[in-house]
Structure formats: C-alpha cells, structure tokens
Design a protein around this ligand. Structure first.
Ligand code: PMP
Length: 470
C-alpha cells in the first residue's frame, strides 16, 4: 500500500518519467534554461543535445546516440558513470541525516570521516580541511584563509595574490578575478582587488626560440619580478594549476615549478595548488603537484573529490597555515552546505573506489597506454604540433606548420571546427582555441582507450582534410 504522505516508494517508479521527444526537451530548455558559458540565442537556434543517461565511459542522448565521453563530464567523473555504490550511500545518508550544518559547535559523522580520509590520501602535512560546494568557492575560501592567516601572523599588509594569464580558477567574482581569462574579465566590471597576473608557461605558443626548459624558467622568474614590483611585504600568495586545464592542458617544462617554489619560499609567499582538475588521480598521482614534485601550502579540491556525483569542494590546509589559522580566533567564513552530509558520505565512498586500485591502474597501466597510443596515432598528422599530458589527461596542439609552430589565424574557429567533427562522430573532445583536450573517466579500459584514440585521430584527420592538409 502506498502512503500518500511518504513519497519514498515513488523514487523508483519509472512510470513517473514523462515520455518526451528530443524536440520537446529542446523547446522547454530553450524557453526556460540559461546555460553556463553559452550564447543562448545561437544555441536555441540549433537546440542542445539532451543527455539522458550514462554508464561507464559512455553517455546516451535522447536520439539514442551512444557517445564516448573523452572529458569525464567536466573533468570530474573519475570513477565513471553508473556507480551503484555511490547512489546507495547517498540514498542511505539522505534517510539517516539529509542535512545538518557544522556552524554552531556541531558536526556529524560523514564530514568527520571525510576529513580523516582526506588526511590519509593527501600528502604529509595536510591534516585540515574546509568544505564548500565547488572549485570556485574553494578558491574564494583560499583567499579568505590566506588573508586571515597573514593577519594572524601580524602581517596584514600581505594581501596580493599572483596568478597566471590563461589560468582558470572558477567563475565566482573572486575565482574569475584570480583566473586569467580575458573573455571573462571583459564582462566583469567588478573584480576583487589585490590580484595580479603574470604570463603563463605555454611554450608552444609563446616560447619563441627558447628551449622549453629555458622558457619555463623565464616564465617562473616573472613571479619574482612581480613580487619585487608589488613588494614582498604586500604579497600573500601565488596560485596556479599544476597543469593548466581549461587553458588547454598546458604542461609546463620541468624547470617551472621548482623555480616557482624557490621564489615563494625566498619571499615567504604562500604557494597554492589549484587541484580542482588535477586532483584525485588525473595524472596517475593522487594530486598533480606530486607529479610535478612541489609542495603547496594550500590545495583547492572539487570535481574528482566526489567524481561529480554530488557537488562538493574543499580546501586542504597545510601545517603552517593550519597552525596559524587555528590560533587566530574567529574565522568569519562558511556556507550553508559546508561539509554537507550527503556530499561528504558520497565523497568518502568515491575515495574508497579510487583507493581500491583505480588510481594505481592509471599510473601503471592505462595512463601510459593512453599517452603512447595517442602520440602514436597522431605522430604522422600534419596538423598536430605536440601532444602533452600524463596519466589520463592530454592537450593536443594543432598547428599550421610543424617546423615553425605557426598557429591558425583563427585558433578558436579551428578548435570549434574540430569539435564539431567530434560531435558528429559521437566523441566528446573539448577545444580550447587550437588545442584539443582529452580527460576521460579514470576507469576507462584499454579497449575503450583504443576507441577514444581512434575517434580522436579520425576527427583530427577530418579537420586536416578540410584545411587541405591531408
Ligand atoms: N579551478 C580549476 C582548475 C577548474 O578547472 C575549475 C572548473 N573547471 C574551477 C576551479 C572551478 O570549479 P567550479 O566550476 O566547480 O566552481
């Protein structure tokens, strides 16, 4: 007997799903839904693709297409789609304690367990964690923690953040100010103060005649110049993604991060790693800064923390900052959903899956296999100048001339053109200007990697053909 006051039995009722056509969905979407980072007038003319369900590394749309997801959603579905373990944990947690806050001298088991778990999987020195709902909020939180820390150290003048052009740190006002995306800044007359940008370590596009190593060093040394310009007593922190994700999966030369770290230590500037994309196994290490071999004071985390099953972000606070922060009195920052019990419980279950061999396999097996396969498949393409990446993330640089590294006159047009081929071929591959990006779920198998690489090479081949290159 169903109880009209108890909605639970309806949760599984397939019959409650309306049967709608793609056109119905698109019309309703166009009528009421504003999409992120979209030109809605243009999008509504063609209609959005409607993703209805997914499993493993495959998405399905409302026209019955099966699409291989070379981007793990937005770089987040690390454990792949359709994990019953995570759904069951969320269901159970919602029945037990769907919500409670952690503001007023209270806490709850899921957030405690998650904090303990994160202390185990993060590198030595990270023992404290603050929670939020997204990467953007994580970077806002980094700023708040940093300011509070320096104030507690008796150095309230240390206010400036230094970040990079073409870095991405989110889309809240603070996150987007920290980020170095000109097209976002143009639409933001209000930005937070005390943020300065230095140039990025993007050798292919900006390295000129320097070797990648010399260029990496030169770009890192821009940090020192900026610190001296602002005055070391005024600079709070440097923040960077270990590899730039949204900026094009740009891997800096091996000289870059050691020099950044040296400069931060020399002038007593906090070093913040934005691990929102790189964290939780993407490079085959738990965190991307471990791949590059440096030690941040703070880390921003989101995405792979819950594999995108529920929204959650966090800031990992290293020993020195945690000691200062914890001794500095009231910290006036928090969000209704900081440490949300359902999100925390799902994150714990997600990390368990990652620990049970997923990340290890990326490091020792599927990561190297993917990197080799992709490089081999594209080696003879006249359009591809370089492939960068590690583990299960790659940036594929298109070029008009391999020898001179000449770029297209319309890099965004070129990337979008290639992406359109991917779209038609049921492959999700992202474009940042003239770089094509791949970042599949970490559970992808060797045979699925074969399919992904084959499709990517095919779409790049079609693009080359359209340019008259092949
Ligand atoms: N930092 C980095 C490095 C990111 O890639 C992103 C999102 N792609 C963010 C922060 C912002 O995360 P969110 O979209 O969850 O706010």
């Amino acid at each position: 007997m169903s109880n009209p006051l108890d909605p639970r039995p309806a949760i599984h009722a397939e019959a409650t799903k309306p049967a709608r056509s793609t056109r119905d969905w698109q019309q309703m979407d166009a009528a009421h839904h504003i999409h992120p980072f979209s030109d809605m007038a243009a999008l509504n003319k063609i209609g959005s693709r409607v993703i209805t369900h997914a499993e493993g590394v495959y998405l399905h749309d409302s026209d019955n297409n099966k699409i291989i997801d070379g981007m793990a959603g937005l770089w987040c579905v690390n454990v792949g789609y359709g994990r019953k373990e995570l759904a069951e944990v969320a269901y159970k947690q919602m029945l037990e304690l769907p919500y409670y806050n952690t503001f007023f001298k209270t806490t709850h088991p899921p957030v405690i367990e998650l904090s303990q778990t994160l202390a185990e999987v993060t590198p030595a020195g990270f023992e404290h964690f603050f929670y939020c709902n997204s990467g953007s909020e994580g970077n806002d939180t980094v700023m708040r923690i940093t300011h509070k820390f320096w104030e507690g150290q008796g150095k309230p003048g240390k206010k400036w953040f230094i970040s990079r052009k073409n870095g991405y740190h989110g889309s809240t006002i603070a996150g987007a100010t920290l980020g170095g995306m000109g097209y976002m800044h143009e639409q933001m007359p209000s930005q937070v103060s005390h943020v300065a940008h230095i140039n990025q370590p993007y050798w292919y596009a900006e390295g000129g005649d320097l070797t990648p190593e010399a260029f990496g060093l030169a770009r890192a040394q821009e940090l020192e110049a900026k610190i001296l310009e602002l005055g070391a007593d005024n600079v709070a922190a440097f923040i960077g993604e270990p590899f730039q994700g949204a900026g094009g999966v740009i891997f800096p030369a091996s000289t870059y991060w050691p020099e950044i770290e040296r400069i931060c230590r020399k002038y007593d500037i906090l070093l913040v790693a934005d691990e929102v994309i790189g964290g939780f196994g993407r490079t085959g290490e738990w965190f991307a800064h471990q791949y590059f071999g440096f030690q941040p004071d703070l880390m921003t985390m989101a995405k792979g923390l819950s594999s995108g099953y529920v929204p959650i972000g966090a800031v990992a606070v290293g020993k020195r900052v945690a000691e200062g922060l914890l001794a500095a009195g009231d910290f006036n920052h928090g969000l209704t959903y900081s440490g949300h019990p359902v999100a925390a419980a799902v994150a714990v279950a997600n990390i368990k899956l990652l620990r049970d061999g997923i990340i290890e396999r990326v490091k020792t097996d599927t990561g190297p296999y993917f990197q080799n396969s992709l490089r081999q498949a594209l080696a003879s393409s006249p359009l591809i100048g370089e492939v960068q990446g590690a583990g299960l993330v790659a940036g594929i640089q298109m070029t008009m001339d391999k020898a001179s590294r000449k770029r297209s006159d319309d890099p965004w047009g070129l990337g979008n053109h290639c992406r359109d081929h991917c779209f038609r071929n049921n492959l999700i591959m992202r474009a940042t200007a003239d770089r094509m990006l791949l970042s599949p779920p970490l559970v992808i198998s060797r045979s699925e990697i074969d399919e992904l690489v084959e499709k990517a090479a095919h779409c790049i081949g079609l693009t080359a053909k359209d340019l008259g290159m092949a």
